[in-house]
Design a protein around this ligand. Structure first.
Ligand code: GLU
Length: 373
């Protein structure tokens, strides 16, 4: 059954967790070699492969005498700076054994939240794929601060799936997949083989924290799966420590947990608005505008806005809320907060007279708006 689900897959993003390719303090070169062997196999079968790999912090921290998790952000960033080149070297050497070449892509959330940089990153990735190079993505740990962090590489891998428009995301983890309850606490815990939709019940199964090495636990993996499947990519969480699991998956074996792509996927741009672009402010709508957006598929006009919150520029994402502040949608605004403060509640025909110019009738056009679930 799985083989049929994989039938439409051409491009695949593979996320490799720290727990898979390190023993805590050092890179596990044997495991990296095995994964690269599988990558070569997949390439031979005609798939395009993009890797998102963690492991920089784990590979660098021993040089700073760090045991366990780095305790401060500068230490973590310094460890990543040391480890990232080691990580790339390990992939480069392992891929070289199979006649493949690697390219390093370091990203922050800010890079992808800016539409031009997003498109640039995308063009670079597409060019690499065209030339048969294997892109290896990681977060640019050295420069990130909280506001521009992806937070964890599970999230980054979901963004990357959208960025390259892959049809499949595979998360290689140090566990077998999603269990009904925590297998570390309950030995009877059952693995869930397939998930059609990520409901609150499924989310409740994910539990909490991950290991010392990576940032994510099952919760962040589920979030990533939710984002990727909404974009229309199936997502598999499988154990990456078991050699050649990647190939078994592609051979159609039912291992790990497979999340089916959403039946009505979002277009790439809408997905980007919903998940990658960070909202900078809030618009509070009156009842009429609220209904028009929620039920009648309309754009947001200035007349429907009662008040606003935050300071934002034209082109930023904003949250659209009802008057109580409950978010109903996210969208890209045509007017900045100062302009909006002057035209809110006004008729469309009045915009030009008030501002002396106008960017359009809509504050948020329907094409740039995504309803929140
Ligand atoms: N970027 C981090 C690293 O390379 C990993 C973050 C994560 O595992 O979520 O070590």
């Amino acid at each position: 059954m799985r083989t049929i689900l994989l039938a439409h897959v051409k491009r695949v993003v593979i996320k490799i967790g720290s727990g898979v390719i390190t023993d805590g303090d050092h890179l596990d070169l044997t495991r990296i070699a095995t994964i690269c062997e599988d990558v070569q196999q997949l390439r031979q079968r005609g798939y395009e492969v993009i890797l998102v790999s963690s492991g920089a912090v784990a590979a660098g921290k021993a040089d700073l005498n760090i045991i366990g998790r780095p305790q401060t952000i500068p230490l973590k960033q310094a460890a990543a700076a040391i480890g990232q080149s080691r990580l790339m070297r390990a992939y480069k050497d392992a891929l070289h054994q199979h006649g493949l070449k690697a390219a390093q892509i370091l990203l922050t959330r800010d890079d992808l939240a800016n539409r031009r940089r997003y498109l640039n990153a995308r063009n670079t990735l597409m060019t690499l794929l065209e030339y048969g190079i294997v892109p290896i993505i990681n977060e640019n740990d050295t420069v990130v601060v909280d506001e521009i962090r992806f937070g964890d590489n599970d999230n980054l891998s979901a963004m990357a799936t959208n960025l390259v428009e892959a049809q499949l995301l595979i998360i290689l983890s140090d566990v077998d997949g999603l269990y009904e309850c925590d297998p570390r606490q309950n030995t009877e815990a059952q693995l869930i083989s397939e998930v059609e939709r990520i409901t609150p019940d499924i989310e409740a199964m994910a539990g909490g924290e991950g290991t010392d090495l990576g940032t994510g636990g099952m919760g962040t993996k589920l979030k990533a799966a939710k984002r990727a499947t909404l974009f229309g990519a199936g997502t598999a969480i499988i154990n990456g420590r078991t050699p050649h699991n990647l190939i078994y998956l592609f051979d159609g074996h039912e291992l790990g947990t497979y999340f089916l792509p959403a039946r009505d996927p979002m277009a790439a741009r809408k997905h980007w608005i919903a998940f990658t672009k960070k909202p900078r402010g809030k618009l509070f709508l009156d009842d009429g505008a609220y209904q028009a957006i929620l039920e009648r598929g309309k754009s947001l006009l200035p007349a429907g806005i009662k008040k606003l919150d935050g300071s934002f520029e034209r082109g930023d994402a904003v949250r659209l809320c009802n008057i109580e502040g409950l978010e109903i949608a996210k969208g890209v605004t045509n007017y900045n907060s100062a302009e909006l403060a002057r035209i809110l509640g006004k008729k469309t025909q009045e915009i030009e007279a008030i501002l002396g110019y106008q960017y359009g009738d809509e504050v948020v056009h329907r094409d740039n708006l995504v309803l929140s679930s």
